[in-house]
Design a protein around this ligand. Structure first.
Ligand code: PGA
Length: 252
């Protein structure tokens, strides 16, 4: 059956010493717990190798927040999937709405990134989600379906089964406006039906679909109680170990 997952997305926050300290706090908090879900932190590139050195990856997974759409070469400033993998990280967030919006990521670049991540044994956490105008216009289901089809449906069933999805309504990210648990459930069930239509019910039932967007200790339990919500991708609340653990504990 599919995994329950709580993943932190630190975004562009923390200096290296602060990040290593935060990773240690999360790692220590997990050492004294038996979490009912997988726990992952996705951190800035600069932090990957040092953080890998201070956490127990049997209890706390480590990921990057992006990777390049090429494996190597003359792409100044980019960080490739093989580079990320060489730090010891095993996850990578791809297609976050901030990257689609501010850095012009297209379905084509995302297909290349997903392929490179999989080739390098990184588990993609692939983000999808509509903006407010799309929800208000009633096109949110079409938008999310197109993001999945264009970004992922070139994969074989075997490849697709390695993907974690994260539904993040853009209007809920960092705004304090969480989707209601019913809104999340409605979209997650829809996403699972889209997957079933392409890869069959078994693959769909085995795909973890995380919710992201102002998820915090106070609303995590209600969101995670929904049958198609398999965990969370956590931005702001992943920057304090206590808040992040409060969300992890929501699975208990
Ligand atoms: P947020 O961010 O929890 O701060 O809303 C979630 C995300 O963007 O992954």
């Amino acid at each position: 059956m599919r995994k329950k997952i709580v993943a932190g997305n630190w975004k562009m926050n923390t200096t290296l010493p602060q990040g290593v300290e935060l990773a240690k706090e999360v790692n220590d908090a997990l050492a004294s717990r038996c979490p009912a879900c997988d726990v992952v932190i996705c951190v800035p590139f600069t932090h990957l190798a040092p953080v890998a050195g201070v956490i127990d990856q049997t209890k706390l997974g480590l990921g990057a927040e992006n990777c390049a759409d090429h494996a190597s070469g003359a792409y100044t400033g980019e960080v490739s999937a093989p580079m990320v993998a060489s730090t010891g990280a095993t996850y990578v967030i791809l297609g976050h709405s901030e990257r689609r919006q501010y850095y012009g990521e297209t379905a084509e670049t995302l297909r290349n990134k997903v392929a490179l991540a999989l080739e390098n044994n990184l588990t993609p956490i692939f983000c999808i989600g509509e903006v407010l105008a799309e929800r208000e216009a009633g096109s949110h289901f079409d938008v999310v379906k197109a993001q999945i089809e264009e970004g992922l449906f070139n994969l074989s069933a075997d490849q697709f089964s390695k993907i974690i999805l994260a539904y993040e309504p853009v209007w809920a990210i960092g705004t304090g406006k969480t989707a209601t648990d019913d809104q999340a459930q409605e979209m997650h069930a829809f996403i699972r039906s889209v997957i079933a239509g392409k890869y069959g019910q078994e693959v769909a039932d085995n795909t973890s679909i995380l919710y992201g967007g102002s998820c915090k200790p106070s609303n995590a339990k209600a969101l995670f109680a929904k049958p198609d919500v398999d965990g969370g991708l956590i931005g702001g609340a992943s920057l304090k170990a206590d808040d992040f653990m409060g969300i992890v504990d929501a699975w208990n």
